[in-house]
Design a protein around this ligand. Sequence first.
Ligand code: RB5
Length: 145
Amino acid sequence: MSRTVAIACDHAGFPLKKALKKAYGGRYKWLDLGTNSTDSCNYADYGHEMAGAIEAGRADRGIIICGTGVGISIAANRHKAVRAALCSNATMARLAREHNDANVLALGARITGVAVALDCIETFMNTEYEDGRHAERVAKLDMGI
Ligand code: RB5
C-alpha cells in the first residue's frame, strides 16, 4: 500500500504543492491539509496542522511548503513528533533521512524549482535512516521540547 503523506502549504507554497501533487499523482496517498489558493494566509497555521497529522498517526511522512520553507518548518519543529528538514537539493534530502531521521520535508517555493523539489521528494521518500552512530544524536533533538 502506498505511504500516506500529509502535505500543507501557505499561499506562497500553493503553486508548488499543486505541481508536486500533479507530478506524483497516485504514487502517494495525500492527506492535503491546505491551503488551497494563493489568498494570503499564515504559514504557522499550516505547519501546526501538518504536525498534528503526524502526531495523530494520520500520516507517515509530511511535506510542508512556504515561500522559503523557513517559517513553516519552524512551526512544525515545535512539535516533538516532527523532525522537519528544510532542503533545497537532493543531497540535503538524503542526508536528512540518513543522519537525522527527518520525517517531514520542508521546501521553499520561492527558492526551489519544481524539478529540484521533485528530486528532493523522490530521495526523501526512498532513503532509509542509517541509525547506529546517529541514534544518540537524534535522541538529543528532543531536549528542550
Ligand atoms: C509569505 O510571504 C512568506 O513570508 C512565507 O511564505 C514564508 O516564506 C515564511 O517563512
